[in-house]
Design a protein around this ligand. Structure first.
Ligand SMILES: [Zn+2]
Ligand SMILES: [Zn+2]
Length: 230
């Protein structure tokens, strides 16, 4: 039976949670509600954003990479602040936005990411679902699984593009018994955090997060968030 009724239990294992977000916005879209719940129940949450989000505007706003990256960093601080995450718990790395795969041989990025994980010493790590069908997201998941291979830290998958991009044939391959639903406690705040990302626009008039399809955004305003335990 395809059952999605199991509730996410955050009472154990989430004492120190690390959310790994490929771009500045995925963390709010995919796990903003979880973040709120954890923070409100006194758990320690840290966020690492792997890239600065410079690629979205490379055609429409050429030569404005620095402006875009700086604006997106401010949006991240503001959006996550609404959810209760202090700026000091937001970390940023320089994986090449839109081309994570090319970072494979850039040892310094993996050393920095590995060190961050070691310093934070998480009891759970959230990464994008392997069926995201977004090259950066899939690469991010792959990188994190490699970094954590052999460790006992549990991984939990969150969904961003999974909602929108997953091919039909993969629906039957999802591990439904590992699916967990989390009811978003404060949807008004999550919606405000989403809006920070999608309603602020670059000089070209397009949202800093890009021209995102409406049904894609709609999924994040649902009263639940969907996770898969690994
Ligand atoms: Zn993303
Ligand atoms: Zn632009």
């Amino acid at each position: 039976m395809l059952c999605l009724s199991k509730k996410m239990d955050v009472s154990h294992g989430f004492e120190r949670t690390l959310i790994v977000s490929p771009h500045p916005d995925d963390e709010v879209f995919g796990c903003g509600g979880l973040m709120q719940t954890l923070i409100q129940s006194g758990k320690h949450v840290e966020l690492v954003i792997l890239s600065r989000g410079e690629a979205v505007h490379k055609c429409c706003c050429p030569n404005e990479e620095e402006i875009i990256m700086s604006a997106r960093a401010k949006l991240t601080d503001a959006a996550n602040g609404i959810l209760g995450l202090p700026v000091g718990r937001i970390h940023r790395l320089d994986f090449p936005d839109g081309d994570f795969i090319s970072a494979r041989n850039r040892t310094e990025l993996f050393v920095a990411l590995g060190k961050l994980v070691e310093d934070i010493s998480p009891t759970t790590v959230l990464i994008p679902h392997p069926y995201e069908n977004s090259p950066d997201h899939e690469a991010a998941t792959n990188f994190m699984e490699n970094i954590l291979r052999g460790s006992s830290i549990p991984l939990c998958y969150y969904c961003v593009w999974t909602w929108y991009h997953m091919p039909m044939y993969k629906i039957l391959r999802l591990r439904y018994k590992n699916a967990r639903l989390l009811q978003v406690g404060d949807r008004e705040s999550k919606n405000r955090a989403i809006d920070i990302y999608i309603k602020n626009r670059a000089r070209c008039g397009i949202s800093y997060s890009g021209d995102l399809p409406k049904p894609f955004i709609h999924a994040f305003r649902w009263k639940y968030e969907l996770f898969f335990l690994k």
